[in-house]
Design a protein around this ligand. Structure first.
Ligand SMILES: [Zn+2]
Length: 355
């Protein structure tokens, strides 16, 4: 016997696949079919050097983002925000707004256009028109980033998975930024942190299995006073976060002279020949915390919904050959969940193109 460790959302998805497939009687049948089809070394991993420890600075605030949640942080110009993996494999969506005017916010498209699809250390994040200026500088870290994929939303899970009530970045962001009076339509395209993307056979962008390790992080210096809103991606049905929701650490620290110099160098490199003259934008709408805010994230708590499966000797052997120690280490449960959910998603025809 082997245990397939799931949460109730993943269980509901697998039950949907079983209900639509005449060849499958229950989730145990689905697991056995997935293992029967699993090629040897199906779970590729990349061995990379350990992530170097971040430099010492004066701490301002630290917060653990729990699965299914996000948080809005006020960050003053010059302070450093670090977003770091605890367990690894977790994608994070990042929204950023100007504290002095909620209408100015991170523009993922402009950032992609100016810095390329995967901004990293030495790049800046740009705001929307008519401001269009660097608002944060990435000064260090080991995280992969992406600007090509929109946040996961209620739509995605309804359209592709038939699930109408489950965690998603759209609703998590909405709830986190409600603390500062931002409305549901104040969501902008996220900067995707720790997302591993590549180019597919037709030249299209595809999401690959998440390679983030414990300690991987990204450091960003605020170039103006900001509201920075990261959230743990609500997607536990794709390789984006390797079929799980895991906690992430957010740290805000006072910037050192070295951080200011790195931020200035990134800004100067991005701007090259200067910015257009700032225009007077009437009626600024500053952001203020709602003192009565009580966080109420939807779709929580996530409940365990494990399934015990009888494998037999032959399928147990296939599982041993399929799992890859570089990606999941000795975590058999994570490997089995990946093989099973990957197979089910391909069977359903959802999210074609990812692997
Ligand atoms: Zn998401």
């Amino acid at each position: 016997m082997i245990t397939l460790r799931l949460n109730h959302q993943q269980h509901a998805f697998l039950q949907t696949v079983v209900d639509r497939d005449a060849h499958l009687g229950d989730i145990g049948d689905l697991v056995r079919a997935a293992l029967q089809d699993a090629p040897a070394h199906a779970l590729a991993g990349v061995v990379r050097p350990e992530s170097p420890a971040p430099p010492r600075r004066t701490p301002v605030r630290e917060h653990i983002l729990e699965p299914g949640t996000g948080k809005a942080f006020e960050v003053s110009a010059g302070q450093v925000v670090r977003i770091a993996q605890i367990e690894g494999h977790q994608c994070v969506d990042l929204n950023v707004f100007s504290l002095s005017d909620r209408r100015e916010r991170l523009h993922a498209g402009r950032t992609r256009g100016m810095q390329g699809p995967h901004p990293g250390p030495g790049d800046v994040l740009w705001s929307n028109a008519p401001w269009e200026r660097p608002i944060m500088a990435i000064t260090g870290g080991t995280a992969s980033t992406d600007t090509q994929f929109p946040f996961c939303s209620r739509l995605i899970y309804s359209a592709f998975f038939g699930l109408h009530d489950r965690t998603n970045c759209q609703e998590i962001q909405n709830e986190a930024q409600r603390e500062y009076g931002l409305d549901p339509w104040d969501l902008h395209e996220s900067l995707n942190l720790f997302m591993h993307t590549a180019t597919g056979p037709g030249g299209e962008a595809v999401i690959r299995r998440n390679q983030a390790r414990p300690g991987d992080h990204l450091e960003l210096v605020a170039l103006l006073d900001l509201l920075v809103v990261p959230n743990v991606c609500g997607d536990d049905l794709s390789n984006c976060s390797n079929f799980g929701l895991r906690p992430v650490r957010v740290t805000i620290e006072e910037g050192r002279g070295e951080d200011a110099r790195s931020a200035r160098a990134a800004r100067d490199r991005a701007v090259v020949l200067g910015l257009p003259r700032p225009r007077e934008i009437p009626g600024p709408r500053p952001l203020r915390r709602d003192p009565g805010y009580m966080a109420a994230f939807p779709h929580l708590p996530l409940r365990a919904a494990d399934v015990r499966v009888e494998l037999g000797e032959a399928l147990a052997g296939r599982f041993r050959r399929a799992r890859d120690t570089t990606l999941y280490g000795d975590d058999d449960a994570a490997a089995l969940r990946d093989i099973t959910l990957s197979w089910a998603i391909e069977r359903l025809g959802a999210f074609a193109g990812n692997d």
